[in-house]
Write a protein that binds this ligand. Structure first.
Ligand SMILES: [Zn+2]
Length: 104
């Protein structure tokens, strides 16, 4: 027997889902329906009211720190790692050019 099951748990999940849109809302990554639903929630939720400007500040800082190009080997390493392949064995136009640049 479990005490947490039932309508009460479901209601708690629905509230959590409303909070969960805060990041997408701050990113303007919601559709019109989600936006109006979330803004209705936002008006009565001090947590999200505090989180929206906090998210936007973090995004602004992130954008400022990523304004310069990443080092070329970062791209090669990430792609090689994603494919589970050693960098030395990676072939292909863009990757081999990046790897050649890196060796200079
Ligand atoms: Zn909220």
């Amino acid at each position: 027997m479990s005490i947490g099951d039932g309508p009460r748990t479901q209601a708690a999940e629905e509230v959590e889902d409303e909070h969960a849109l805060v990041g997408a809302y701050a990113l303007n990554a919601v559709d019109e329906r989600e936006r109006s639903e979330f803004e209705a929630h936002l008006a009565g939720c001090p947590l999200c009211s505090a989180d929206v400007p906090a998210f936007r500040e973090i995004l602004a800082r992130y954008a400022a720190t990523t304004a310069s190009a990443p080092p070329p080997d970062l791209v090669a390493r990430a792609i090689a790692e994603a494919h589970g392949v050693r960098q030395e064995r990676v072939r292909g136009g863009v990757l081999s050019r990046i790897l050649r640049l890196r060796r200079r």
